[in-house]
Write a protein that binds this ligand. Sequence first.
Ligand code: ZN
Length: 473
Amino acid sequence: MATKTNKIENNFEKATKVNNKWCLCNENQQKVVFKFNEGYIKFLSENKTERECAAFCCAEAEKHGFVNLDTAIKNKTKLKAGDKVYAVNRDKSVALFVLGTDKFEAGLNILGAHIDSPRLDLKQNPLYEKNGFCLMDTHYYGGIKYYQWITLPLAMHGVVVKKNGTVINVNIGEKDSDPVFYISDLLPHLKKEAGKEEVSGEQLDIVVGNMSFKKDKENEVVIENLRKILKTSYNIEEDDLISAELEIVPAGRARDLGLDRSMVVGYGHDDRSCAYTSLQAILECEKPKRTAVCLLVDKEEIGSNGATGMKSRFFENVVAEVMNLAGQYNNELSLKRTLTNSNMISSDVTAGYDPSWAAAYNIQTDAFLACGISFNKYTGHRGKSGANDAAPEYIAKLRKILEDNKIFFQFTEMGKVDQGGGGTIAYILAEYGMNVIDAGIPLLSMHAPFEVASKLDIYHAYLFYKAFLKDMK
Ligand SMILES: [Zn+2]
């Protein structure tokens, strides 16, 4: 969920009864929910960049019998109902297909989530020394509150590509034996007025060293020591950082939250909670009626632009390739019909009501944790600007699927009217004329280094995504 903020605020409040659904689960059902979340917590802890998520998806796809689309094209494989293929775009977005018994032109059932999350990116010339410290310069990615990212142990994930094309994978700060990185803050003893310090985006540079190195007889500099460590420990020259994609993320694993262990706290629930559940849904999808698709894309948090974002032609190109291998790409018209007749769930997170920040929410219409997967007919901001607005005819069909499959769900908005807002990839797919709605997991502290989700909502999102791929007509 990408952010749109403004300063309007008031204290108008309504009352409602919270419909917490845990009490409807018996002990066995609770166990199933907790078990599913063990897998999710492992995924969230071990996949903190879009590249890591894409690699995980491809490995899982292979394990579940999906064939790489490039291989299928090379071998001129004839695809038929029940066949499974996946395509990867620049190692950062993935599309998975399970071919249905219906013709493509009848339309696809599509789940679309994003696998990029807010973070700090290293700039291309990041390394500098200041008064005995060595730091690396960052530029944040996505909508963040600057102050949340300071005084935390941070990890560095990503790739450095050498001039000869060699890719060095970087993952520093996750193992107990690894060092971590840090952005410092001013101690309370030195602040003049309480609450007056503002952190700026430019200030978010990470400390990487404080040890001087005897370069020659006159010079003792910290940066030289860092250059030496980069070279000897990681085979990275300082110049190589120009062709690098290094992301600074919170270090450490996702964890159970609460004495009742009902929630998960971790980095990147937005939108990996919906990506993981959508992925599990398609991995378990067998011979659907309509062709089932799971799209996991990059760049949503910065507007879905770029070759790996939802606005690129990757998706429609890949649909054309799959149709072609299935002998159903007659001309461009058949592709257009396929896309127009499709149904899509934009699997993205939404804001969960937070009792500690009650003034921002409309308790009557906002999503609550532990109340099930949350549907937003529209997102957007200031009178729904920029929103996809799902058709009631489509919503009615979804209600039937939800009820038939006993899924916990809620139909919600995000905060009070004019409080702010957000956007997803929904409107981009809607441009093809297909049915689209946002449906995902409500979060506390969205876009913070550590966000919170309910295990029950995660599990019911998975149940819904599975039912949608199977039952949506
Ligand atoms: Zn987001």
